[in-house]
Ligand binder design. Sequence first.
Ligand code: ZN
Length: 243
Amino acid sequence: MRILIISDIHANDTAFEAVLKHSEGDWDFVWCLGDVVGYGPDPNECVERLKALPQLCLAGNHDWAALNRLDIKTFNPDARRAAEWTQETLSAENTRFLEHLPVTFVIGDYTLVHASPREPIWEYILEPAVATLNFPHFETPYCFVGHTHQPVIYSLLDESGNAKSSPPRYNEAHALNGQRQIINPGSIGQPRDQNPNAAYGILDMSSGVFEHRRIPYDIRAVQRRMMDYNLPERLITRLEHGL
Ligand code: ZN
């Protein structure tokens, strides 16, 4: 069984469509690590495209913001404006889909969460020290996370809990060799590692191999729709910088 692992689509349907096209034939099932909506111009289109796939999707903080499950006053002004627009724009049916997303999911050797095993909605794992604190919070050998919008692999090095981070090596097989790991496939719709291309991963469960991938998409088309909807300028320009 091969899994398409995606995260942080953020209502960017052009990037989402490009990833599905690029990965066509390479997977049987989809794991989506949350933040299907928020920031981008296509919340309904993205939920509908996802729903039509054989998939399992986790809840992210922006999905919860769209449901009013968290206080969007804690968001910065641009994110708050986009969250309010998303709430108004989402259809009742698509809102219901987001309402039923689980916060964590364990399947075989894999734990899935949006943010981190110990804080599944909120915590950003941006450095090995934070990964170290999270390894005791899941029981499987491997955990997939999103949320930071930065592709990376954290590996547990020793019994005392030290972890190291490895940057993604795109289109190269990364063996899941029994060493415990926390893996982030990166973001489809709003990368933040200074690379504007859409990120995703492919997991081959039978051979235990994971692969990071990166592909360009039509950023301008997304920016044009964001301008049409009067979404905040900073959210529009950051797409082309990958920030
Ligand atoms: Zn996100």
